[in-house]
Ligand binder design. Structure first.
Ligand code: AHG
Ligand code: MN
Ligand code: MN
Length: 346
């Protein structure tokens, strides 16, 4: 018998890997071709298309008129809107129009949800998203991201107030993010582990790069905007003092949640955006920023917390509600929580 490997043996593994696209991976995960699995598979494929459109636009933005910089208007949060925020927000809408998949989209950039009437009642899902996360990085060519979350449409929402979305983070069917860095990566979970895809520009497809990511139990990184030190509440200040006094910690903060969270997901540590004395709820929005990332953290064996409560248990009071965010390795999140618990018991 010849010891020379056959073509199938030589090419098989890499060919097989190249064929694991987002849509196929969703079906593999759900292990069925039932209509809901087909819907979620198509939905992920469309999210992938949105990510590719945004990645392409970002890569050329410096060469185009009106792609970078501010629009001159402010969004519902009172934040200055950038051209790229508007573009990326519209990309998700355009990708899901006439898709039959999503009945409603809600984003950081829209005060109220955007309905796609022709998709209702066919589309039984709502897509929540942060089209560009880390917009302050846009004009200096640093990493930015997009965050997404899919929930089941519950009720008619006749008054457009999206009351049915005001539920805890466990209700997410699917969540993830796209990180536009040196390469474009997409990380997602259907509640069955966390999986990482890398955009292969030569194929124009997201290809599976790593399955079932596990966040380390502890990591050296703490990621927080220390410029806010004097505005934080005492427990956070005490935690940071602890970190400063102990060896083995290192600070990393890029100003883009997706990038900072991605580092922690892969290498361990903790990301914090705590409340301040003036704004106890912090800055980050629950439904389309922290709940999706909290879902991923939990699925990867990590934790997400407000400091005093599991973040996935928090019920938002309105569509754009915020909550303090502490997420990452289970030991590090528990350590931060211990400072909150200590201050409560004093
Ligand atoms: P967005 O660009 O979607 O408004 O989000 C910005 C967020 C987040 O990406 C980042 O972690 C945080 O704001 C940075 O805020 P500070 O500049 O206050 O640190
Ligand atoms: Mn954001
Ligand atoms: Mn944003």
């Amino acid at each position: 018998m010849s010891n020379v490997p056959t073509a199938a043996q030589t090419l098989g593994p890499s060919l097989q890997r190249d064929c694991i696209t987002l849509s196929r991976h969703v079906l593999d995960q759900l292990q069925t071709f039932a209509p809901e699995a087909q819907d979620l598979s198509a939905l992920m494929s469309r999210i992938g298309l949105a990510a590719k459109l945004i990645a392409r636009h970002l890569s050329r933005a410096g060469l185009m008129e009106n792609a970078l910089g501010f629009t001159g208007s402010t969004n519902v949060q009172g934040e200055a809107v950038k051209q790229m925020d508007v573009y990326a927000n519209q990309v998700f809408i355009s990708v899901f129009e006439r898709s039959g998949l999503v009945c409603r989209l809600a984003s950081e950039e829209m005060e109220q949800p955007y309905y796609i009437p022709e998709n209702c009642p066919i589309g039984r899902y709502t897509l929540l998203y942060d089209p560009v996360d880390g917009s302050s990085n846009l004009d200096v060519n640093l990493n930015v991201g997009s965050i997404f979350s899919v929930r089941r449409q519950q009720g008619d929402d006749l008054d457009g107030q999206a009351q049915d979305l005001l539920q805890n983070g466990h209700q997410q069917l699917l969540a993830g993010y796209v990180l536009y860095g040196p390469s474009t990566v997409l990380v997602y979970s259907l509640g069955r582990g966390v999986h990482l895809f890398t955009l292969d520009p030569s194929l124009g497809e997201f290809i599976l790069a790593a399955e079932n990511l596990r966040i380390p139990e502890h990591g050296p990184v703490y990621s927080v905007n220390e410029g806010n030190f004097w505005q934080w509440e005492d427990p956070v200040r005490e935690y940071i003092r602890y970190v400063h006094r102990h060896e083995g910690y290192t600070a990393r903060y890029s100003g883009a949640l997706v990038g900072d969270f991605h580092r922690i997901l892969l290498e361990g540590g903790v990301f914090l955006y705590p409340g301040t004395k003036k704004k106890p709820e912090g800055k980050l929005r629950l439904l389309y920023e922290t709940a999706p990332l909290g879902f991923l953290a939990a699925q990867a064996g990590g934790r997400a917390s407000t400091g005093t409560q599991d973040l996935l248990d928090v019920v938002p009071s309105h569509l754009h509600a915020r909550a303090p965010f502490v997420a990452g390795s289970p030991e590090d999140v528990a350590l931060v929580e211990s400072f909150y618990a200590e201050s409560c018991s004093l």
